[in-house]
Design a protein around this ligand. Structure first.
Ligand code: G3P
Length: 217
């Protein structure tokens, strides 16, 4: 499972990229608003740091406008993946952009049928929002499982990008189910690295080594 960062914060993206395992980034209008950045300036900067696919989301909701915006986002950098909301006009635009060789990520996916249609329209990625499904008192991992199974049944090549991930448990569940990628906030990425027994173990190794150095003949 590829690990992406879900952020538009340059410091967070640099921190995650420096860890050595980051393979992509996803942004959305809320994440860009949070850091007060314009998409046109933020996306090329992020693309240079990440060195992998970076999702940049359109704000348009009708076919012609999505195409125009999508094409201009794709020109920002060759790592750009155009993120398009799950709408009928969005699916039409995914088909056209995908026929033009522009990669797409269908976002705001909350059902297996939406994911099936996105794959048939030629989406490169589908983004089921696990955490927001959980927030609605349903099971986000069940949705993920359905999508992964359906794609496998019909050999659909759209990559399943687990999004709205809130905890390390979500990450384990997504990996067990077989999601292709998971996009994570920096807080979850940091949590993935940590384990209290690692810290305790390291402290003991270092203190034993220090004692040994001081007492060794
Ligand atoms: O980028 C889309 C998704 O990951 C948003 O997550 O936490 O706002 O539901 P969240």
């Amino acid at each position: 499972m590829k690990i992406f960062i879900d952020s538009a914060d340059i410091d967070d993206i640099k921190e995650a990229a420096a860890m050595g395992f980051l393979e992509g980034c996803t942004t959305n209008p809320s994440l860009l608003a949070k850091v007060g950045r314009r998409i046109e300036s933020a996306i090329p900067e992020i693309c240079e740091i990440v060195g992998g696919p970076v999702s940049a989301e359109v704000l348009s909701t009708d076919y012609d406008a999505i195409l125009k915006e999508g094409r201009s986002l794709a020109k920002l950098h060759n790592h750009v993946v155009v993120k398009i909301p799950m709408l009928i006009d969005g699916l039409r635009a995914v088909r056209t952009l995908s026929d033009e060789g522009i990669r797409t990520n269908v976002t705001l996916c909350f059902s297996a049928t939406q994911a099936l249609l996105a794959a048939k329209a030629g989406a490169t990625y589908i983004s089921p929002f696990l955490g927001r499904v959980d927030d609605a008192a349903q099971d986000g991992t069940e949705l993920l499982e359905q999508i992964v199974t359906i794609y496998a049944n019909y050999e659909l090549h759209t990559e399943v990008l687990a999004a709205s991930m809130r905890s390390p448990l979500h990450v384990v569940q997504a990996a067990m189910i077989g999601a292709d990628c998971a996009t994570l906030p920096i807080s979850v990425i940091r949590q993935l690295v940590k384990h209290p027994l690692t810290d305790i173990g390291l402290e003991r190794f270092l203190s034993d080594a220090k004692t040994a150095r001081e007492t060794a003949k």
